[in-house]
Ligand binder design. Structure first.
Ligand code: GRF
Length: 201
């Protein structure tokens, strides 16, 4: 039965959103993705949500006078769905402290690097430039630090290409596998956020 409510925040293509939708589409799955929000109107992820009959919202961050008022609007929408978990999937906005504190322990992000290596943008480019032999993805709870919250899981690959697009594609593949797995583990209570740390049961 669908008892664990998940909201997904996106800004773009939404391939991770699609992986989540596909993974949890069965009625027997306990995860219910009941809300998708994008800050970009043309985000393809909104279309993906609509196709899956999931409520979807576009909130234009440029229409708000600052980060806090934009986040207040997000909070208002999200609270209408009582999310057990908010999943950032390519959401390209830094969230305010008010938002992060309100949902602390209920807010996760996927980052395309093996954190703490390569926080921030252009991770694939940096990995190639620095001739790294390993690369990967990290799923972490979001706290006040940028890409620095406690880690739920990581998945890694060997770097065998010098092409950024190739590497990005390989990283996407592992993202699409690990993100639904982690959401499932959180929904089942096997990954828990406690006192600022991740506990795995
Ligand atoms: C992913 O690579 C994710 O790690 C990063 O943004 C990208 C989103 O891709 N945070 P998509 O929109 O899910 O296709």
């Amino acid at each position: 039965m669908k008892t664990f409510k998940v909201a997904v925040l996106i800004s773009g293509n939404g391939s991770n959103l699609q992986a989540l939708i596909d993974n949890f589409k069965e009625e027997e799955s306990i995860v219910d993705i009941n809300c998708v929000i994008s800050n970009k109107k043309d985000a393809f992820g909104l279309e993906r949500a609509a196709r899956a009959a999931i409520d979807n919202h576009f909130v234009d961050h440029t229409k708000f006078k600052n980060r806090e008022t934009f986040d207040q609007e997000l909070i208002q929408i999200l609270d209408g769905y009582s999310p057990d978990l908010i999943v950032l999937a390519g959401f390209m906005r830094i969230l305010s402290e008010v938002f992060v504190e309100k949902y602390l322990g209920k807010l996760i992000n996927i980052h395309p690097s093996l954190l703490p290596k390569y926080p921030g943008l252009e991770t694939h480019k940096k990995v190639i430039e620095n001739k790294e032999t390993r690369h990967g993805v990290t799923i972490h709870y979001v706290d006040k630090t940028l890409d620095g919250g406690p880690i739920c899981a990581q998945s890694e690959i060997e770097v065998t290409t010098k092409d950024i697009d190739d590497l990005q594609e390989q990283i996407h593949k592992i993202e699409h596998k690990i993100y639904p797995e982690v959401v499932q583990q959180i929904a089942e209570g096997n990954i828990v956020f406690k006192d600022g740390k991740v506990i795995k049961k």
